[in-house]
Design a protein around this ligand. Sequence first.
Ligand code: FES
Length: 217
Amino acid sequence: MKPKFEPNAKYQPKEFTFKSKKKVKNILANYPSNQARSGIMPLLDLAQRQMGEEGAKAKKPFGGWITRAAMDHIAEVVGQPPMKVYEVATFYSMYNLAPVGKNLVQFCTTTQCWLCGSTKILEAAEKHLKVKIGESTKDGLFTLKEVECLGACVNGPMIQINDDYYEDLTAETMVDVLIALTAGKKPNVGSQTKRHGSMALSGPTSLEKEAKKAGVV
Ligand code: FES
């Protein structure tokens, strides 16, 4: 679930500016000059990534999130009232409107992942990190979040951590991923059973010759 947007909360920094004017210019160049508001979504993403980069260097790390000051700045950049930016930012689940951990662990608990064991991997993560869904660890390294289908149903149960998918998880491999991240390592992304893409575990069941020819089996 998405945390509430608290525009006047104490944790909201007073100011925000984009570090890279070039990136802002490139985003706006994708749209006609009288449609600059179309750039709201990519600018929100840029702001979130900038906050993530800065936060990762902080003593207590935190991940990417979008401050109210950033939203107000984006409104100025695209020439719209701030409310137009708040509307977009509060609607989409990928925009974090409150501080999150350096690793935002998003659990898909929709039908397919649930049938394949999402409850077990979620419980394993909660137990290992000693936090509940919606909470962050004290060291600022992890935040756990429940989300709807992430579109990788055939490799469920799966999670998304920042920009990466980890699929075909078990309680054990879930914990392995967390241990690696805690140690500052980058776990292998994708299927944790090392299957190729979404191929059946027993190997290709159709187009076998073509798969061999393409060198994927
Ligand atoms: S149900 Fe989990 S990715 Fe679709």
